[in-house]
Structure formats: C-alpha cells, structure tokens
Ligand binder design. Structure first.
Ligand SMILES: [Zn+2]
Ligand SMILES: [Zn+2]
Length: 274
C-alpha cells in the first residue's frame, strides 16, 4: 500500500502546492481522497488519468476539497470509451453538490454529445452518502468511515483504508476527537491537515484567526498519533502555507509530541507502507 500526496495546499492558491487530494494505492486500486485544485494535473504527473481512478472519497464539502470534482467527472466521461460511472463516497450533502455540478455542466454535456456520435449518454456519477460506522468494500480493500470535528462544517468524516495488514487514515480537516481516535488506533499511517497556531495568530486577521477553532495544530496531530499508537504521521494542507526553508519549524512541534516517523508532505511525495 502507498499514499501519493497529489495536493498538499490550503485554500489559498500556491504554485508549489495543489489543493487537498491524496491517492491511496492498494491491492491494485487507486482510491482518491478529496479533489482539490489541480488534482488531475498532479495525477497526470504520475501517469494516472481520470478513467483509472477506482473511486473518490470526500471528507467534507468545503470548496477547497472538491473544486476539481467537476474536472474529474468531465474528464473521466470524455476519456472513457465505454460508460464508466465515477463512484463518489462522501458525507450527507454530497449528492446535492454533485447534482449541482452536473447541472452546471449541462451546456458542455449538450455540446459534446451533439459533436461526438459515440457519446450516447452524459457523465455518470454514482454518489453514496456515508455516515460514521459505514464500511465500504472495494475488492480486497476495506474503507471505514469515522466522524470528525470541523464545525460549523457538518457532517465531516474521515476514512481508514485497510488492505491486507496495512492501514492508513485520511483524516481531512478536523480537530482531535473521539471519532478520529477510533479511526487512527494502531494505524500504519495517519494523514492530517494541519495549522501552526503561532503563525496564524501572528497574521492576526480575523478571518485567519477563525480557522484556529476547527483545524488540528501540528502539536494536536502529533498527540493524536501518539495516543493512537500510529506508526507514521503525515502532515499536509499547511495553514499558513509553509515557507521554503521553514521545514524544521514545522517538524519540531510534531517531534516534541510523537516519537514515530513524521513526514512533511509535499505534492507527489509517496509514502510507502510495504
Ligand atoms: Zn475544511
Ligand atoms: Zn481544507
């Protein structure tokens, strides 16, 4: 099993970091978690096109985590030569978002179907809304859904992917909470979106300060990793953006609370668990 970080950015555009997206490759399947800005560009860099994705999972419905879902839907449709519905799992509310995306694409769908005789039907998205406790089976891969804490974003969920004896948790945006601990228990890897509270406070702008109350800090992510007996903590979605040369400043607070492996995620970094 391996994790390829396709996007490690936050909502602010950063030419070095695509929007939030993590690919978990397990038992021959490519599972995509979140679909932030530029996800298909990064996927193309490792030779993966939209038709190849097994399924897509959304942790929550914040725009930075799904801006490019429309691109996934359209590109999979136009590059598939047989009907190939995109299977999307997400929290309650996902179906309405996907319906709205499809509605927004109505003109494009009409143009392409009029132009290409072999396109006899529009893009298909099969949405399954999942709740904490749900288990999803994809062949030899099992995905468990857990509750996370990102209010006022509600519901928000995390996923634990298990294949053979390896497991990885994709937490999404969340504070430490019981549901997250339950997902992370003894996981081989735990991918957490993080902020540096000290830097956010220094910025001092109210709209930035607001985010302090619904994201894990680096310290909190490390504490969750330690409490749950995780092997590898992977940090991503840095708030504020990690300035080049400050890597050690981000690692230090994690290492102060967690003695396992800490990985500072970068776009296209691969974390191998085998
Ligand atoms: Zn969010
Ligand atoms: Zn986010």
């Amino acid at each position: 099993m391996e994790i390829v970080l396709l996007g490690t950015g936050n909502p602010l555009p950063d030419p070095r970091r695509a929007g939030p997206a993590s690919l978990v490759r397990a038992a021959g399947r490519d599972l995509l978690f979140d679909a932030g800005r530029g996800v298909l560009l990064r996927a193309a860099e490792i030779g993966i096109g939209a038709p190849r994705l097994d399924s897509v999972y959304l942790t929550h419905l914040h725009s930075d985590h799904l801006t490019d879902l429309n691109d996934l839907i359209t590109t999979r449709w136009t590059l598939s030569f047989a009907p190939s519905p995109l299977e999307i799992y997400g929290p309650v509310g996902t179906a309405a978002v996907v319906d709205a995306i499809l509605s927004s694409l109505a003109a494009d769908i009409g143009y392409r179907m009029a132009h290409h005789r072999d396109l006899t039907e529009g893009p298909q998205a099969l949405v399954t809304e999942v709740t904490p406790g749900t288990t999803i089976e994809r062949g030899e891969v099992t995905i468990r859904v857990g509750a996370t804490e990102h209010k006022p974003v509600h519901p928000s969920i995390g996923f634990r992917v298990q294949a053979a004896d390896k497991s990885v948790v994709i937490a999404g945006d969340t504070l430490p909470c019981e549901g997250l601990d339950e997902l992370c228990r003894s996981a081989d890897a735990y991918v957490q979106t993080v902020l540096r509270a000290d830097l956010v406070r220094n910025i001092g702008v109210p709209r930035f300060l607001d985010v302090l109350d619904y994201h894990s800090s680096v310290e909190q992510a490390a504490q969750t990793a330690r409490r749950c007996g995780v092997d590898t903590l992977v940090l991503t979605h840095y708030i504020p953006s990690m300035a080049p040369g400050t890597e050690e400043e981000w690692l230090a607070p994690a290492r102060a609370h967690f003695s396992g492996r800490v990985v500072l995620g970068d776009d296209l970094l691969t974390v191998s668990l085998d």
